[in-house]
Write a protein that binds this ligand. Structure first.
Ligand code: 6PG
Length: 239
């Protein structure tokens, strides 16, 4: 596990964008799972403004680690957020964008997406393997769309599961823990004071860390990089 701690959200976005550019530069084709949330939005802005011409976007196939079960035009859609803040600002082959069809029946879509991952990605021990999974972490310690009240979904056999937001009841399609931990690399983007307690418990393995899905992120490759700002990392020491 590597901790990269920066001054604020903007510096996290700047440094993560540089990391992503380096990650892609040395590879022919990369399959990357995106997350939703406010931190990735700032990253997408930075990528669009500073890397539109610096990254060969045709090398990248984008997927989502989780998506809300809403139409792609809905403000809640992680896909729409990515289109608005990144895809609409770069030259990207349409066929490289593999969105979760949030408008479809959740159970059927979870199955369809799981099959898509099996077809598009290399499989290791039967599990589709991403080159990079980008994750956020909620204030409650959820990651992707695996929430504490449904932490059992982390261990589901199916590559993709239907989860439910604990407050809104909104259904979501999410990849499971096996797919996340099979990824060649996992990058956590976690910023803000509201995350500090959970980050501290998870990284220091203290308190109720075992009850937070984010604490279960432990890629077999060993390549786990936390991108944190000082607010979120106030309880941990950087590398
Ligand atoms: C989602 C995200 C979710 C997000 C966390 C953190 O669909 O909402 O995938 O898991 O990463 O809620 O969100 P912030 O970056 O906004 O804190």
């Amino acid at each position: 596990m590597e901790l990269k701690i920066y001054k604020d959200k903007n510096e996290v976005a700047k440094e993560f964008s540089s990391y992503l550019a380096d990650f892609v530069a040395t590879k022919e084709t990369v399959h990357i799972a995106l997350s939703g949330g406010s931190t990735p939005k700032i990253v997408f802005h930075r990528l669009a403004s500073d890397y539109a011409a610096k990254i060969d976007w045709s090398k990248i196939h984008f997927y989502w680690g989780d998506e809300r079960c809403v139409p792609p035009t809905d403000e809640q859609s992680n896909y729409k957020m990515t289109v608005d803040h990144l895809f609409s600002k770069i030259t990207m082959p349409e066929e490289n964008i593999h969105r979760v069809l949030g408008e479809n029946n959740p159970t059927g879509e979870a199955m369809r997406y799981a099959n898509l991952l099996e077809i598009n990605l290399d499989r290791v021990d039967g599990i589709p393997q991403f080159d990079l999974v980008i994750l956020g972490m909620g204030d409650d310690g959820h990651t992707a769309s695996i929430f504490p009240h449904e932490i059992a979904l982390w261990h589901a056999e199916d590559h993709c599961v239907v989860a439910m937001h604990p407050d809104s009841g909104q259904e979501r399609v999410s990849i499971n823990g096996k797919v996340i931990n099979k990824s060649k690399e996992v990058a956590f983007l976690v910023t803000g004071e509201s995350k500090a307690d959970k980050v501290t418990e998870i990284i220091n393995k203290t308190g109720d860390h075992k009850s937070y899905p984010a604490s279960l992120v432990n890629p077999e490759s060993g390549n786990l990089v936390w991108f944190l700002d000082h607010s979120a990392a106030s309880g941990v020491r950087g590398d």
